[in-house]
Design a binder for this molecule. Sequence first.
Ligand SMILES: Cc1cc2nc3c(=O)[nH]c(=O)nc-3n(C[C@H](O)[C@H](O)[C@H](O)COP(=O)(O)OP(=O)(O)OC[C@H]3O[C@@H](n4cnc5c(N)ncnc54)[C@H](O)[C@@H]3O)c2cc1C
Length: 636
Amino acid sequence: MLDARIPSGPIEQQWDKCRLEMKLVNPANRRKHSIIVVGAGLAGAAAAATLGQQGYTVQCFSYHDTPRRAHSIAAQGGINAAKNYRNDGDSIFRLFKDTVKGGDFRAREANVYRLAQISNNIIDQCVAQGVPFAREYGGLLDTRSFGGVQVSRTFYARGQTGQQLLLGAYQALEEQLAAGTVKMHIRSELLDVVIVNGKARGIVTRNLVTGEIECHAADLVVLATGGYSNVFYFSTNAKACNCTAIWRAHRRGALFGNPCFTQIHPTCIPLSSEHQSKLTLMSESLRNDGRIWVPKKKGDTRAANDIPENERDYYLERRYPGFGNLVPRDVASRNAKDVCDEGRGVGPHGQGVYLDFADAIHRLGLETVRERYGNLFDIYERITGEDAYTVPMRIFPAPHYTMGGLWVDYHLMSTIPGLFVAGEANFSDHGANRLGASALMQGLADGYFILPSVVPDYLASTTLDPVDTSHAAFTATKTEVADRIKALVAIKGKRSPDSFQRELGKLMWDECGMARSDAGLRKALARIPELREEFWHNLSIVGGDEELNQALENANRVSDFLELAELMCIDALDRTESCGGHFRVESQTPDGEAKRDDANFSFVSAWEWKGVGQAPVLNKEPLVFEHVPLAQRSYK
Ligand SMILES: Cc1cc2nc3c(=O)[nH]c(=O)nc-3n(C[C@H](O)[C@H](O)[C@H](O)COP(=O)(O)OP(=O)(O)OC[C@H]3O[C@@H](n4cnc5c(N)ncnc54)[C@H](O)[C@@H]3O)c2cc1C
């Protein structure tokens, strides 16, 4: 039975009580403890900087050439907090409730409540760091709305919120690098976790410049390595984002939580050619002022501005008058797919809907719209060649975020003692659907506030034998990593890693994407092992392993995607209900909304690895809803 270690007592007091009961490490003893943090995005950089500042000896790893290149930098729209500066009815409880409901009742209440509480500290922390959040004329911090809520609680820095927050975290990290408490290892990719006597005690990495395989020992390991949306090949994530760190940890015994819970974001620039390598997000913040529509008539090929008002279908406003264009992402994405499936999609392939700013420009003026969203309009123009101030943007859903990840308890610890997981890499607090602007909130809550409390408690309450890289477990793990790399290079087949990833991605998009069916998932489950088999016999990698070799790096990552994809389909097949972004076509309400099955599926699926091609074992963490009563979600 999984123990989530949720503190007892009233939910409002659980985190304070937990912090009070946790053990501390004396300041003079902290430098004697070594901590490995893998990842220098928002979650990892915040954790490494804060633990370094506390006085621990921290080593931080990233495959990027600088922490500033972490994917967090791409975050556009904003970060939520329950400050209620607008006095529009917000509160910690409302943020908590919105998040539980938005996640379609598949998240752990205690974690979500803590997240809502900490949200306010994050804004204070970042303002103190000098993060240039947007301000109103009078100097107060400005906010805007995101999907699935009826308050304005999203703090933002134009369309560059992630970049500004990451610079704040990076500054804090730099300070610790200069102070010598943190040592940064760039272009260093984790390829395995080392377990000694049942505890995570180190990692094996590959130096991406020289190809050298290296061992690093510590008292514990934190993974903050981001999400796995690139299993779909086309996604809004940076090309390099991958699942290797969490997947290799999973293979070492860390349970994987809700792998099939993935988020398809409704507002991305549509795919224009199969030769593209990624998709670009248009921030959800645009739905504050943009109106989404398609022509009422099927196959209407007139230019958008030639279609009169009474021949347009503002389908979200029509179907969901309560939330209109700001319904949650899963609902907006499914509706976009439905109108395109009906033959009313726009653009070259009919795979698009309009996001129209004409009303907003008329109401607010061009300058205000430019001020709020200027850089997003610029990105759009650079990619499509169209001026969204004069013609509506075309948007379509795309893979964006993964709610699934390594299972963690209330202390963010995986099922491997001493292996903590933070940010998008854990199965997190978002249930089956993440609300917009909540990922940055969660990553920073984990990094700045939760890990700096739970990590010392682990160190102070655990007996840790002295271990260094000469231990047999390091030698054995290093050999396994080196053998796997040699095996990849030795295949000498005909297909590039990229071509396998494309084929896998298309299969996952078709069968485990926005809609999932029993037949489709079974089809994917039959094909994935075949593709994996072909990969291990027909892969072609140009170049060797003792040098900079991006094809090899990618092959390594694709080999893990080929295993993770299978688990995602198994999970999606097992969960015969629909919930949030997991839409099983067999389980829908008469008007096409996701239909949950609370009697049978109010649990977190935590899967246990049994070997390649072997059936994984399902463990369940029951979910109890005491504060937000279970209800069919309605945004009408
Ligand atoms: C285009 C876009 C826009 C977004 N906008 C928003 C928004 O407005 N608001 C919001 O709340 N959320 C947004 N999100 C989601 C949010 O940006 C991410 O969920 C969040 O930034 C993830 O942070 P992280 O620290 O968990 O991971 P990342 O930022 O992805 O960092 C991962 C780190 O781990 C390292 N790493 C990974 N694997 C390894 C390995 N094997 N070895 C060594 N290092 C490794 C990487 O080098 C990197 O440093 C957006 C996402 C996208 C794609």
